[in-house]
Design a protein around this ligand. Structure first.
Ligand code: GAP
Length: 442
């Protein structure tokens, strides 16, 4: 890992904490490894990403159905899906310091990277968090925190079909938390033990394999379009055709999308051709028929499934690290987040030129209230001088700052709108302000 890149990651983590995006989980008790808490700007950024995703993949389409399944599910779900038997990573323990590592991530499979002691034999470690439901702690009460949202959709396939009678192809979509007891959580929110997924199970007719492949390509293309809509740099996005040996047990074809994070090119999201693996497995185990009846051909079959999957936390990190910029403006060094206005937690900040002039403060608050009603993410700030306020907004990635000055109040000559990246300023009439900002942030 390059030294300069390391420094960049440290700076991003520090800014994320200082500015209220991301905090260490349970920090006042020394933290809990692999967990992260999100502060006000982190929540806003996540909600913006989730909102754009839901709009693009669910509300803007006629063929998608949203679901929100319980995190705790009957243990049979995870037996049938193959997770109880096979959702594991290879674990090794150092004989000397007892530290544990993922065997497939070590440079030297024999030597401990922490103390150079001898490593033991690798064994498979199941990554699901196990718990018990109710007062009894026996084999029948076992449940798991879901390691993927996907199964919540497969077990609701029949419910949606029975209520909505969709024709193939159609998809189920879900946003929700997933949990994995990662052996080595690392790289900030990139690999954590509690994270959020945005997944689609898209059901297709297997009798037309060419169309299945075309749908796979189309959904892959939509994944990439979504990344561009978030404002991510195209040259940092890479397509990886996953080799047979590395594919998940359920997948016939997988394409990962990798991204240039500050710590290297790593998986951001993926798409898999899950075939009829899941519906078939749940039909076999539950004895509930999860097939589909084609009214036209009068044939009954189990649909195949293509699964585009997105990790929200990795998207947040991609957006944050791609936006992190250092430059010089008006002869001063600055750090700013070059967020696309669509994802920026704060879209516009409103300032009175001077804090101690009631007529400016009053007018500024009036404009602030007017904008708040129409635009989500409007902030008021009258602390310090204008230059400091600009720097503060730049650091959280606010694309526009509005200043109310004496000309606004005395001559009714509009307000100054300053744009984040180049610092360009424009005078805009108050009655045109809402449409001017709305057009740029939506
Ligand atoms: N349903 C398929 C599935 O879960 P996956 O590749 O294991 O596939 C999907 O996970 C996505 O979830 C990944 O591409 C990544 O964005 C995210 N993800 C997986 N493990 C994660 C972790 N430990 N921390 C943060 N995000 C994770």
């Amino acid at each position: 890992m390059a030294k300069t890149e390391e420094t960049k990651m440290d700076k991003i983590i520090s800014l994320a904490k200082r500015k209220g995006f991301v905090f260490q989980g349970s920090e006042i008790y020394g933290g809990l490894a692999g967990t992260w808490d999100f502060g006000p700007y982190g929540v806003a950024l996540r909600n913006n990403i989730k909102g754009l995703w839901w709009k693009k993949f669910v509300t803007d389409r006629e063929d998608m159905y949203g679901v929100d399944a319980a995190i705790l599910m009957n243990q049979e779900v995870w037996k049938s899906s193959g997770h109880v038997g096979g959702f594991s990573d290879p674990l090794v323990e150092c004989k000397k310091c007892k530290h544990r590592f993922r065997a497939d991530q070590l440079e030297d499979a024999k030597k401990c990277p922490d103390c150079e002691g001898q490593l033991g034999e690798a064994r498979q470690f199941n990554m699901m968090f196990k718990t018990n439901i109710g007062a009894a702690e026996d084999a029948t009460s076992i449940s798991y925190l879901r390691p993927e949202t996907a199964q919540g959709m497969f077990v609701n396939f029949k419910n949606v079909v029975d209520s909505f009678h969709p024709r193939l192809p159609f998809g189920l979509a879900q946003i929700g938390k997933a949990f994995r007891n990662e052996i080595a959580p690392r790289d900030f929110v990139f690999r954590s033990r509690e994270f959020e997924q945005m997944e689609i199970e898209y059901f297709v007719d297997p009798r037309d394999p060419k169309k299945v492949q075309a749908t796979f390509e189309e959904l892959y293309g939509e994944q990439i379009n979504f990344l561009k809509e978030l404002g991510l740099s195209s040259d940092k996005i890479h397509k990886i055709e996953v080799p047979d040996a590395d594919r998940a047990h359920y997948s016939k074809r997988s394409v990962d999308t990798e991204f240039d994070f500050p710590f290297g090119q790593k998986e951001l999201l993926g798409i898999a051709y899950r075939t009829d693996f899941d519906l078939k497995a749940h039909t076999d185990s539950s004895k509930v028929d999860l097939s589909y009846f084609d009214e036209e051909t009068k044939e009954r079959f189990i649909p195949h499934c293509i699964e585009p999957t997105f990790g929200l936390d990795r998207l947040l990190l991609a957006v944050l690290s791609d936006a992190y910029t250092e430059d010089e403006i008006d002869g001063e060094k600055r750090v700013y987040l070059k967020f696309s206005p669509k994802v920026a937690p704060v879209k516009v900040a409103v300032f009175p030129l001077l804090k101690n002039k009631p007529q400016l403060v009053e007018k500024a608050r009036e404009i602030y209230m007017m904008l708040r009603k129409e635009i989500p993410g409007v902030m008021f700030d009258d602390n310090g001088n204008i230059g400091k306020r600009y720097r503060r907004q730049d650091e959280i990635g606010t694309p526009f700052c509005i200043t109310i000055d004496f000309d606004t109040v005395e001559k009714g000559s509009g307000v100054t709108v300053r744009e984040r990246d180049g610092g360009k300023q424009e005078r805009i009439e108050i009655d045109k302000l809402i449409s001017y900002i709305k057009e740029k942030v939506s």
